[in-house]
Design a protein. Structure first.
Length: 227
């Protein structure tokens, strides 16, 4: 059986390495390819909202990714790694028949399975409201109430973009130390690198979005294969 061909769609260059590491760890047999439009994140920040133009661009990217074929056959699944674009990604989900995953979808499912007091950290400010809304919406769909603590870690993404990964990780670890929760979600793919710097706390689970996403995509693709 040929390896599954997975298309990865990015809006931040910092998301590329974490998701490839996660595939190496959890699904090395998959064949992954990257689509990058790093103008999406700056355009969202400038607009201050998810515009119709940005939604249309996501549909274009999704259709392009779905129709590619080559090494590993046809595209088996699409994983978006950009965390502030839920409605646009949901439009792609509705438009295509193959598995499409939002970047935080699997981690949020795991968080809701784990506890009711949930912490959420981001480093891209537009993601804060978007992901808080997404997580609360998923909880409401399950008919459960959660106690959500969410914050943006100021300065961390700027440090990472400047090449100071140690400073990024230290800032995230400091923020995590203040999160007294059942489960802590590092809400962007670029945050996964900081997980090792976070001091373990008894009774608290730490979830990274790329690892959760790869496990979920592998399950979805396997379910679509002929038995």
């Amino acid at each position: 059986m040929s390896p599954s061909r997975i298309m990865l769609v990015h809006a931040l260059t910092e998301s590329v390495a974490p998701i490839h590491r996660a595939f190496t760890a959890h699904w090395p047999e998959a064949t992954c390819f990257d689509l990058m439009d790093n103008s999406l994140s700056s355009d969202l920040a400038a607009a201050g909202e998810l515009t119709q133009s940005i939604r249309e661009r996501f549909l274009t990217l999704g259709r392009y990714a779905a129709n590619l074929s080559g090494d590993g056959g046809k595209t088996a699944g699409i994983l978006f790694t950009c965390s502030a674009f839920q409605p646009a990604i949901d439009a792609v989900k509705a438009d295509l028949s193959l598995p499409v995953l939002r970047p935080n979808e699997a981690a949020f499912e795991a968080a809701l399975d784990t506890g009711r007091c949930i912490g959420l950290l981001v480093t891209f400010p537009p993601s804060l409201t978007a992901l808080t809304t997404e997580l609360r919406g998923m909880a409401a769909a399950r008919g459960i109430e959660i106690n959500l603590m969410a914050r943006n870690v100021d300065g961390a993404l700027a440090a990472l973009k400047a090449g100071d990964g140690a400073r990024h990780d230290a800032l995230v670890a400091e923020a995590a130390a203040e999160m007294h929760v059942d489960v802590l979600v590092l809400g962007q793919f670029s945050l996964a690198r900081a997980a090792a710097a976070i001091a373990p706390v008894a009774g608290r689970t730490v979830l990274t979005t790329p690892d959760s996403a790869v496990r979920k995509m592998r399950q979805l693709v396997a379910a679509q294969r002929p038995s």
